[in-house]
Design a protein. Structure first.
Length: 421
């Protein structure tokens, strides 16, 4: 008996899918946990709110210094010197904030996700894959050997991004991205620190340390002037300028934190390590394959060209690029066995409301397919089990039907055909 192929999706349904996909930009359907601003021009981590707290920790002490301490310095010194001290503090603070935004608001080196698991490259990988489940990402070898400076290191397979991570790359569980030369996720800046923003992160920490030292010194100078002018002890000087005393204590505590962080990262730069590598691999006890010597290591961080971002967040999503669906949307994971063209649809992408007659249209298509399935299964008997004919329902229809709340109906229709088979 000849079985007619079921009708395809109606033109109106196809237009709904295509229009919604084409109108999206990459940052709007990004699968990581990042936050985007200014139309995708700025990318932050999910904890971007902590950035405001960090800015407050920097700006508020500087404002106190400018409003309460600097006028006293202007009176005690020559006015030109006093205003110069004031101007340097303001410019210093502006540079620190600028470096903070450069660190926090740019792509740290995110590696784009794959739409499908990578193919096996050689026979060794194929033999390893044959021992596991066939066809799925879990059948890929968990590690792969690569050579870095004549030293063999292992790189891991990331099941989330479906790729073998390049050397020094790690997956950030907070941002949900693989980041190139991953150092750490910094909650103070609300962003991962990686290959593209590590330089600015170090400059931010270092300049913050210098700002703390600057304010600390001139607050002491102010107290010393008060002691000399009024011929009083230190305690009375504190009472005459309590803001100076507060800033001395504040900057003394802060400089231990940011100064210690600066010293630690200077050590990492000179030995060409990341924070992640230092805590996990302990290169001090074995050979570091990335260490090129102190001078070359410093040159690599500060004087090499920062690579361009591998992501164009403002680009329009193509018809086959809906794989970047936001992680905050609810969607089922596509099977790698599914044809690549069926990966275009995911449940998380919001569609326009489908009219009731179009819903009936899709329902009738599914009913006709299921009815054909029952007819074909009787003469074919056991030989037809697991065989997928050309008339099989496409994953696109199933995905769209599931979005319209028809998954329960599909499940009920699965049972009779399964009993027949």
């Amino acid at each position: 008996m000849n079985i007619a192929a079921p009708p395809q999706l109606s033109d109106s349904n196809c237009r709904i899918i295509e229009n919604n996909t084409a109108s999206k930009r990459v940052y709007q359907v990004w699968k990581g946990s990042n936050r985007f601003f200014l139309g995708g021009r700025l990318i932050f981590g999910p904890d971007v709110r902590s950035l405001f707290f960090t800015v407050g920790l920097i700006v508020i002490p500087v404002i106190l210094f400018v409003v309460f301490v600097s006028p006293q310095l202007v009176d005690e010194f020559n006015s030109q010197i006093g205003y110069l001290i004031l101007s340097i503090a303001v410019i210093f603070a502006a540079c620190v904030i600028f470096l903070l935004l450069l660190t926090s608001g740019k792509d740290p080196g995110i590696i784009p996700r794959n739409a499908h698991p990578p193919e096996l490259e050689d026979e060794a990988d194929a033999s390893n894959a044959s021992a596991g489940n066939h066809g799925g990402p879990s059948s890929l070898p968990p590690t792969k050997d690569v050579v870095v400076n004549n030293i063999i290191i292992k790189v891991k397979y990331c099941h989330t991004c479906m790729l073998y991570r390049p050397p020094r790359c790690s997956h950030c569980s907070i941002c949900n991205n693989c980041v190139e030369r991953f150092d750490h996720h910094c909650p103070w800046v609300g962003q991962c620190i990686g290959k593209r923003n590590y330089r600015f992160f170090f400059m931010f920490v270092f300049s913050t340390s210098l700002l703390c030292v600057y304010v600390f010194i001139f607050c002491w100078v102010n107290l010393k002037k008060i002691i000399d002018v009024h011929e009083c002890n230190l305690w009375r000087a504190f009472l005459k300028s309590p803001i100076s005393g507060f800033l001395i204590i504040y900057t003394f505590i802060a400089v231990w934190f940011v100064g210690g962080l600066t010293a630690f990262h200077l050590y990492l730069i000179c030995t060409n390590q990341t924070t992640y590598e230092n805590f996990r691999y302990r290169y001090d006890k074995k050979t570091n394959p990335h260490n090129l010597g102190c001078a070359q290591n410093v040159h690599e961080i500060f004087f090499s060209r920062i690579p361009s971002s591998k992501n164009n967040f403002r680009a329009k999503v193509k018809d086959n690029s809906a794989i970047f669906t936001s992680s905050r949307s609810i969607g089922s994971t596509l099977s790698p066995d599914m044809p690549k063209k069926s990966a275009d649809l995911e449940m998380g992408v919001k569609r326009q409301t489908v009219a009731e007659e179009e819903l009936d249209d899709i329902q009738s298509q599914i009913d006709s397919i299921r009815g054909s399935d029952r007819c074909a299964s009787q003469p074919l008997h056991s030989s037809s089990r697991g065989h997928k004919g050309s008339w099989e329902i496409t994953p696109d229809i199933e995905a769209l039907a599931a979005e319209l709340g028809m998954e329960h109906g599909l499940a009920d229709r699965e049972k009779p055909s399964a009993d027949i088979l």
